[in-house]
Design a protein around this ligand. Sequence first.
Ligand SMILES: C[S@@+](CC[C@H](N)C(=O)[O-])C[C@H]1O[C@@H](n2cnc3c(N)ncnc32)[C@H](O)[C@@H]1O
Length: 222
Amino acid sequence: MDPRLVRLAEHTIGFMPPNEGLVLYRAALQAGPLGALLEIGSYCGKSAVYLGAGAKEAGTILFSVDHHRGSEEQQPGQEYFDQRVVDPTTGRVDTLLLFRRTIDAAGLEDTVVPIVGRSEIVARRWTTPVALVFIDGGHSEESVRSDFEGWAPHVVRGGLLVFHDIYPDPSKGGQAPYRVYSEALAGGDFEVALAEGSLRVLKRVGDPLRDFVPTRQGLAAE
Ligand SMILES: C[S@@+](CC[C@H](N)C(=O)[O-])C[C@H]1O[C@@H](n2cnc3c(N)ncnc32)[C@H](O)[C@@H]1O
């Protein structure tokens, strides 16, 4: 990955250590030829720089979904509150401007497409198959489950489903993402491809080319 972008990501406010970010970059490179990528949880653009860099090199784009109002744990008085992301006019968390600055500084404005809204509302109307979904939005059980149920069905065969903050040991971190991740694995549609830190990359079972067979048969019949 371009060292300038690695440095930019490292200096961006957010929650993605470099070792996990570089795995996101490689996952984006791998999945990119299968279609567009999508993340839930843009925040200030840290993960979007890694995923966007891979998307650009692979010739695809990244949709980045966030309402930009912060998760439950990022509100004033909560563990991950950061005064720097508060809009001084409204007094509310608002990460949209910081996100745009990051993507602009990365030269990724034509690759990273922000979708500003609640993930569950966007997912309900979404119809485009995606090659990679990265789940890093709200971390309550309800939020992670809703993101998994709303977005995982859109991942193509051979595509990747990536979870953040997976802690099998409860003393290391919250258990909601881990529970949903375990259910995703038990469902049989996904298998583990890679683990790095708290990042888990799952791959949708099946051959991606199977999705194209009807088209090829159609062409052969013409
Ligand atoms: C942990 S932060 C994402 C960190 C980011 N991926 C990074 O690399 O720094 C979670 C983000 O998810 C967003 N979020 C939480 N619940 C959401 C929901 N239901 N719909 C859309 N965005 C949501 C929050 O606004 C917040 O910006």
